[in-house]
Write a protein that binds this ligand. Structure first.
Ligand code: 2XP
Ligand code: FE2
Length: 302
């Protein structure tokens, strides 16, 4: 069996507003427009992904918070209605998705062997979180690939950013090892936003873009610093600085997704491609791609 590989990694944030504005048939509410810069960024990511041959999307999402250990979706098929708890007016999405349970178990086993607390989630009535659904939908709206869903363990919240970081680094390494041993070609998605200071009043028309802008210059400066480190291949420095970013920009990176991704990619030194940066309810969101083949790292099988 050929060695598996990560063919692409992406920061793929999950504001429900982006799905709302796209008006896919699965979502009940209808929008006129909105958040085009970010949606066109996702379009560019999808265009690049269409050139890749891949088997599975592996997504780490902030909104599947687990209190004890790292959990993995472990049922082959889920379908239900996903309603955003904060924006039920924007996101009531009828999803149906397939899970690569074999690969989920392989990552679970690698993580367990590395000393992490882990669990396979075997409840067939489990409602998949909206972060997972939105990142996967915007990356692959055809839903024609299975996913592996990984929970966000709350170690950052219950212990410290440093403990959280150590957990996510170990989880990323385990993910990489499992993918390589599986023989599969995987795309990895980190579902978090960057700076995450929300505005407090929603405009009457949610897609009224006259209300949508950066609300805090300090948050914006932090987002630009993070993107600059990504674009310059300084991902080890970025991981080192993430606890400060998390604290000072109330970043959703506190969910661990980005650390997991950069660890799984083995800290890319080649430049990331930033497809878009934009604000959603005042939070900073970027769609960012790492393509190991573009850097000659993956042996050019793409
Ligand atoms: O607040 C969150 O975590 C959300 N997912 C809501 C929307 C926009 C965030 O950037
Ligand atoms: Fe979120």
């Amino acid at each position: 069996m050929a060695r598996g590989e990560i063919v692409l990694g992406a920061l793929a944030p999950h504001p429900p507003h982006l799905v709302y504005a796209e008006n896919p048939p699965q979502n009940e509410p209808r929008a006129e427009c909105g958040w085009e810069e970010l949606r066109w960024g996702y379009e560019r990511l999808r265009r690049n992904l269409a050139k890749k041959d891949y088997d599975v999307l592996i997504v780490h999402s902030p909104h599947w918070r687990t209190h004890v250990g790292h959990h993995f979706l472990g049922v082959p098929h889920f379908e239900s209605l996903s309603v955003d708890p904060i924006f039920p007016n924007l996101f009531r999405f009828h999803y149906t998705l397939d899970v690569d349970v074999g690969l989920a178990e392989a990552i679970h086993d690698e993580a367990k062997a590395a000393g992490l607390v882990t669990k396979m989630m075997r409840n067939p009535n489990f409602r998949v979180d909206y972060g997972t659904i939105i990142s996967c939908h915007l990356t692959n709206p055809a839903w024609d690939k299975p996913i592996v869903g990984i929970s966000s363990n709350g170690a950052f919240f219950y212990y410290s950013d440093e403990v959280g970081q150590a957990e996510m680094i170990a989880l990323g390494q385990a993910t990489r090892r499992a993918v390589e041993r599986s023989g599969k070609r995987a795309v990895l998605l980190a579902s978090n936003s960057l700076s995450h200071r929300h505005f407090t009043e929603e405009p009457e028309v949610p897609e009224d873009m006259t209300h949508e802008h950066v609300y805090h210059h300090g948050q914006y400066l932090w987002d630009m610093r993070v993107l600059d480190l990504m674009r310059n291949g300084k991902t080890r420095q970025l991981v080192d600085e993430l606890p400060d970013f998390i604290e000072q920009a109330v970043s959703e990176a506190k969910a661990g997704c980005l650390t997991w991704l950069l660890s799984a990619l083995d800290y890319p030194e080649y430049p990331a491609e930033v497809h878009a940066y934009g604000s959603v309810i005042g939070t900073g969101n970027a769609i960012v791609e790492w393509d190991p083949a573009s850097a000659g790292v993956a042996g050019g099988r793409a």
